[in-house]
Ligand binder design. Structure first.
Ligand code: ACO
Length: 329
């Protein structure tokens, strides 16, 4: 009998959509007053991927969705729902998920988007896990995708060096044995909106947005950092205990890739050595809601996260929002 509670749902396929264009720290040195040394030592980021003009968020979601469905051996017609987490979708409406639905031919799926910044993927997965638990869906496609380079202020060195574009997708179905999502939790606190928000799109910008209608992202990184470290630890402890486990049972910490220093602090507080932490922030930067599915995908492809192993994931983002889960693969 394996340790921990029994799961409700299980990930049976993973896929990603990654832009080809690489923007390195050296490239950024030519754009703003920054250095590879500053970016690497403060964040752990060496390069990030950026979408090309004319491309859409859904282009990468569709790619990720097709790969996840192929691995899961699930026909798009079998999907009951498509839940897509994004704050940088194709249009203000309709939801980006309907473009995915149309492209992959998932005619029987209801499709909607979830907005929870960098925690979006966990929020979408929480929705999906709950639907499966309630018996309202059997197979769900969950996507996290962000093209935040389309809304960063390229003159603001404090934020433009941080973000990258990507999409990640999973197919979720009912668990049949001890493999699956053992615990999942999400949370929000609207007291800190002033520390991380966007201007330019939305009714709040009617009285104070950018003149040309562009959307910009604003962040007080230092303050966000402080809150992130505290909430990530609290959430990690919560989901590990909810799963009926102890931190020492965890094989891999696969957290939101926002900053290597935040990740190291979280691992330290959980008593997990860095050899048990999966990092790909150096290649992609902060890809927001795509970060966790992209990291899970690479950890699996690289043969690190093996069948039967326990993964702890924690996320934090604007809102504030946060979430965590423990998954047995
Ligand atoms: N290059 C060079 N110098 C810079 C840069 C840069 N790109 N950016 C800022 N600096 C300078 C600042 O101006 C400041 O200079 P000063 O001391 O002369 O005033 C100095 O570097 C230190 O700046 P801080 O902001 O204090 O740097 P910090 O060590 O806090 O690192 C960072 C900044 C990387 C943003 C960090 O605070 C962080 O990672 N925060 C959390 C991010 C996060 O987790 N966000 C949540 C998810 S995002 C979402 O939800 C959309």
């Amino acid at each position: 009998m394996s340790k921990g509670v029994m799961p409700v749902s299980r990930i049976i396929g993973l896929g990603v959509g990654i832009p080809e264009t690489v923007l390195s720290n050296a490239d950024l040195e030519k754009m703003v007053d920054t250095s590879d040394e500053w970016i690497t030592s403060r964040t752990g980021i060496k390069e990030r991927r950026i979408m090309k003009k004319g491309e859409r968020t859904s282009d990468y979601c569709i790619k990720a969705a097709r790969e996840a469905l192929a691995e899961a051996n699930v026909d798009p017609l079998e999907l009951d729902a498509i839940i897509l987490a994004t704050i940088s979708g194709d249009m203000r409406f309709p939801a980006t998920s309907v473009f995915v639905q149309e492209a992959i031919g998932a005619k029987n799926a209801a499709a909607w988007d979830v907005s929870a910044t960098c925690s979006g993927f966990l929020f979408a997965l929480y929705n999906a896990d709950t639907l499966i638990q309630a018996g309202r869906a059997k197979k769900i496609l969950v996507i996290g995708s962000e093209m935040l380079t389309s809304m960063v202020n390229w003159d603001d060195r404090a934020t433009c060096v941080l973000f990258g574009d990507a999409a990640g997708a999973v197919v979720l179905t009912k668990a049949e044995d001890d493999r699956g999502i053992l615990s999942i939790a999400i949370g929000s606190n609207g007291s800190y909106v002033d520390l991380l928000y966007s201007i330019g799109i939305g009714t709040a910008s009617r009285t104070g947005g950018t003149e040309n209608g562009e959307a910009f992202l604003f962040m007080n990184g230092n303050e966000v950092f402080r809150h992130a470290v505290r909430m990530l630890e609290r959430t990690a402890v919560e989901v590990v205990h909810k799963a009926g486990l102890q931190p020492s049972d965890i094989d891999w910490l696969i957290p939101h890739q926002a900053n290597t220093r935040i990740i190291k602090a979280t691992a330290e507080r959980m008593g997990l050595p860095m050899e048990q932490v999966f990092l790909n922030i150096h290649k992609y930067g902060n890809t927001s809601s795509a970060s966790v599915p992209l990291a899970m995908y690479e950890a699996r492809k690289e043969g690190k996260l093996k069948d039967g192993q326990l993964m702890l994931s924690v996320v934090f983002g604007g809102g504030f929002t946060w979430g965590g889960m423990v998954v047995r693969f």
